[in-house]
Ligand binder design. Structure first.
Ligand SMILES: [Zn+2]
Length: 348
């Protein structure tokens, strides 16, 4: 069968293997036929040789962590043949740490977790794959064209759950949300904000392309000015750029008792001037919280599946700006200027 693979640590080793072995029964009872995988920045880092780890004893890693497939067989009876399914990316560490011991692998303490298509587990960019029932998330049949958005949605479902848990420390009635960055994570974070009935503002550099229209279609406001120039103080910020200046600006801009959730991963290596005392003063005197959030556990994947099933299917479809057949895989992994989400499609 076909599989999109890299040699981790070796730049530009991306290759479509035509004779990849079938998934092993040990991978799980549920056999799945691949429909599509979504592509994100992590895939590009792996292809550049900066990230990624092959499974033990292998020299190549199958890519793909944003999965969508159709169940071929499930002797466990958890799902039925024909059901849409996505695979949870992260598996708990074997020690396990206190968090992995209770299936909160998104909060792993020792870093020994494994991840499909990223770290020591084969990815989903292959014709067939297997899942254990506990890592299989069923999807509403209406999500067939867009179900590969479940993985990025799980990341923002976790971010929102943690924002609300932090907010519950005191009386909390948030009204305005600022999302910085209108990539897939930012747009999905904005979708979940609108589902909560909040006034949503999305800030991005792009003045053209599909992003402004997608934001307005949510009933949200699109901004291209700097964070400092905004004429309101948000109660919640979801920072999705990782750009150092934006990260600092939102910490100053947040309203009293406000919460800043950082989801963007910065590359580091760039220093900027910072008045640390003034920032500390502002955070203390306003009871602000700034926290980081990554990955998602089973609870968040289930919340994400419910959120996607409630969303406008045509809006979700518009997030997918290119669909590329697996045979043309090299095109799919070559970024283009107006890309939001690029999807690699399997199927016969
Ligand atoms: Zn752990």
């Amino acid at each position: 069968m076909r599989a999109v693979t890299v040699n981790p640590g070796v730049a530009d080793s991306l290759r479509l293997v035509e004779d990849h072995p079938e998934p092993l029964p040990e991978e799980g009872a549920i056999l799945v036929e691949a429909l599509a995988v979504g592509i994100c920045g992590t895939d590009h880092e792996i292809i550049a040789g900066e990230y990624g780890e092959a499974p033990p004893g292998a020299d190549r890693l199958v890519l793909g962590h944003e999965s969508l497939g159709r169940v071929l067989e499930d002797p466990s009876g958890t799902l039925q043949p024909g059901d849409l399914v996505a695979g949870i990316v992260r598996h708990p560490d074997p020690v396990p740490c206190p968090n992995c011991a209770v299936d909160e692998w998104d909060m792993c303490r020792n870093g020994q977790f494994t991840e499909h298509g990223i770290k020591a587990l084969p990815g989903f960019a292959r014709d067939r794959w297997r899942l254990q029932p506990r890592f299989a998330v069923g999807l509403d049949p209406s999500l067939a064209p867009v179900g590969m958005l479940l993985e990025p949605t799980s990341v923002v479902a976790k971010a929102w759950e943690h924002i609300e848990r932090i907010g519950a420390r005191a009386e909390w009635q948030p009204r305005t949300v600022l999302v910085t960055g209108a990539g897939p994570i930012g747009l999905l974070a904005a979708l979940l904000a609108t589902q909560r009935g909040l006034a949503v503002h999305v800030l991005d550099r792009n003045t053209t392309g599909p992003k402004p229209g997608l934001v307005r279609a949510l009933g949200a406001t699109y901004h291209t000015e700097s964070v400092c120039e905004l004429d309101f103080e948000p109660d919640v910020v979801l920072e999705c750029t990782g750009a150092p200046v934006v990260v600092l600006d939102v910490m100053y801009k947040i309203a009293p008792t406000g919460i800043v959730c950082l989801t963007g991963v910065s590359s580091g290596g760039r220093t900027i001037d910072l008045d640390a005392g003034a920032l500390n003063r502002s955070l203390v005197l306003e009871n602000n919280v700034v926290f980081g959030s990554v990955n998602a556990n089973r609870r968040h994947w289930d919340l994400a599946a419910a959120a996607l099933a409630r969303a406008d299917p045509s809006w979700l479809d518009a997030l997918i700006t290119r669909r590329v057949s697996v045979e043309a895989y090299a095109e799919a992994y070559t970024p283009e200027p107006d890309d939001i989400k690029v999807v690699l499609e399997f199927g016969s």
